[in-house]
Design a protein around this ligand. Structure first.
Ligand code: XMP
Length: 524
């Protein structure tokens, strides 16, 4: 992006807090663009973004610990406002000449959870929101605390456990909160952050999806030039929104490829064809690869072997189609911001592979293509908003996530066309009932699973011996952790009755009560 097109922004320096992404959310809700950079890359991000303000995040580390992270000194000399949150407040105090001590040394311990602070002085952060003498609920989570503040600062709010609950240097426009304004348990937190970005940093709050769409269309045109782009459509929200945006930018220089691997949900292929060809008039190649996938899956029961086979075959098919349409210079992907943010680890060491996720990674190098990823800066719900902005119907925009390997990882044991057909029917009934009950949008993901277990039943005067179907429904914000959706018993009984009555091959239905962790969302 050249400077003229840089949006007014806030740089969030990440010290590894679990909730750093929430800071970005709150800033964007205030209508201001923000990006997160790990503390080690904050200086480079500062020069690239030219932000109008900086927010320093919390951290699992403690300022007094050896080797704990620091903010680049240049940020304090850049002449722009800074808000330090929790660790951010402490590290700023420390770096500017104050003192931070571990809770156990001060003899006061830490403060965790709900706390109340009292406003002792007016401050730009509180403008139009908090008055002197008022008490307000906030969310604390700290062991260490600032024991001496840096020159220039003064206390503007106190709490029982944090004498420096909020500190301010109005001259330099540096502020520090010991509590976390970004979490929902600080009820006025979003407004405090909005005050910081709007009143203190002077930003107008004009960052909207319409503006994002315009900027991206221009950027895609610049990036692609006369080249050709190919986009793998999964039918999911992310790749669909990416494709429609790119099509708006470069028209028929984009070709979409949809691989029907026979592991799709009921009518999914038809829905994608109608949407892209008829509604948006986007060049779409649909590849019927069901036989290839089904024959390759014969006898495969190990979950990782299934995933690897499907991932590899998908790339083979996609590559062949890309060549058939005359090759492409760019590959479009619906990569989202949470996939891009580098997580900051203080413990080191690689994380364990729980599942090999299937995507089209590996293709760009193999085919010598560059990536076009117009959603890289967005969170999932922002992608949905952009989808609506682009005219995608709500029904499509709000769809539950669906994994790349499709139904194969919802059929433990061997995957066959017959078992896929059975599962498709049960799944469609389950989702139909969820929609009819008005629960679809309250659930992150709901689906049926076909188990490799047969049980005895009785229907009319007949003995049956058929498969068990599992039902799963979870709530989540990012798929990383999940809670079980608490349907009432009558709802589940109704779904079970319909499935057993209407789907031949299933005679028993069970509900999965496992959260994540310890379970994963998909069964394989
Ligand atoms: P798990 O089962 O790991 O799933 O708890 C977390 C989220 O990721 C989805 N998922 C996938 N998505 N390719 C994808 O694009 C995959 O291989 C894949 N495996 C799981 C899953 O549906 C859930 O939303």
């Amino acid at each position: 992006m050249d400077d003229a097109h840089l949006p007014d922004s806030i740089l969030i320096v990440d010290f590894g807090s679990q909730v750093t992404q929430l800071i970005a959310r709150r800033v964007r809700e205030a209508g201001v663009y923000s990006e997160i950079a790990p503390f080690s890359q904050a200086e480079e991000a500062f020069h690239r973004l030219k932000p109008k303000g900086v927010i320093l995040s919390g951290s699992p580390a403690g300022v007094p610990e050896d080797g704990s992270p620091r903010a680049p000194e240049m940020l304090f000399e850049a002449g722009i406002p800074i808000l330090g949150i929790c660790y951010g407040q402490q590290v700023m105090s420390h770096q500017l000449g104050g003192e931070v001590r571990p809770g156990h040394e001060t003899g006061e311990g830490g403060e965790f959870g709900r706390a109340f602070l009292t406003v002792t002085k007016d401050c730009a952060l509180f403008d139009g929101l908090w008055q002197v003498g008022e008490r307000h609920q906030v969310w604390m989570s700290h062991g260490d605390k600032v024991t001496k503040f840096a020159p220039g600062f003064e206390i503007v709010a106190i709490s029982d456990g944090a004498p420096f609950a909020v500190i301010a240097d109005e001259e330099r426009k540096f502020y520090g909160t010991q509590f976390h304004p970004e979490v929902v348990h600080t009820p006025d937190g979003g407004k405090l952050i909005a005050n910081f970005v709007r009143h203190v940093c002077g930003l107008a709050g004009e960052w909207t999806m319409a503006a994002y769409r315009e900027t991206k269309v221009r950027e895609i045109r610049e990036q692609v030039g006369d080249g050709k782009v190919i986009c793998g459509l999964s039918g999911g929200v992310d790749s669909s929104v990416a494709a429609i945006l790119i099509h708006e930018a470069i028209g028929d220089k984009l070709t979409c490829v949809f691989v029907d691997h026979g592991l799709l949900r009921l009518n999914e292929r038809e829905q994608v064809e109608t949407m892209f060809r008829d509604h948006y008039n986007i060049p779409l190649v649909v590849v019927d690869a069901e036989d290839m996938f089904m024959s390759g899956l014969e006898g495969v029961t190990d979950p990782e072997a299934k995933r690897k086979f499907i991932g590899k075959t998908f790339i083979d098919v996609f590559e062949a189609e890309a060549k058939a349409v005359g090759g492409a210079d760019f590959l479009a992907q619906g990569t989202l911001y949470p996939d891009v943010i580098e997580s900051v680890s203080f413990t080191g060491g690689p994380s364990v592979t729980i599942k090999s996720h299937h995507n089209v990674g590996g293709l760009p190098e193999r085919m010598n293509m560059q990536l076009v990823e117009p959603l890289r800066e967005l969170f999932k719900d922002e992608v949905r908003e952009l989808g609506r902005e682009l005219g995608l119907p709500d029904m499509f925009v709000g769809r539950h996530p669906f994994p790349g390997p499709g139904l194969a990882i919802r059929i433990p044991g061997e995957v066959t066309k017959e078992r896929c057909d059975i599962l498709r029917k049960a799944d469609a009934i389950y989702l139909d009932e969820i929609r009819k009950a008005g629960l679809y949008d309250a659930i992150w993901q709901a689906f049926a699973v076909l188990l490799p277990v047969k049980t005895v039943g009785v229907m009319g005067d007949y003995r049956t011996y058929d498969s068990v179907c599992g039902l799963r429904a979870v709530t989540s914000t990012d798929g990383m952790t999940a809670d079980v959706y608490p349907f009432d018993a009558a709802f589940l009984t109704g779904v079970a009755t319909r499935i057993v009555n209407e789907v031949q091959g299933i005679n028993r239905v069970v509900y999965d009560y496992t959260s994540k962790p310890p379970g994963t969302i998909e069964w394989e």
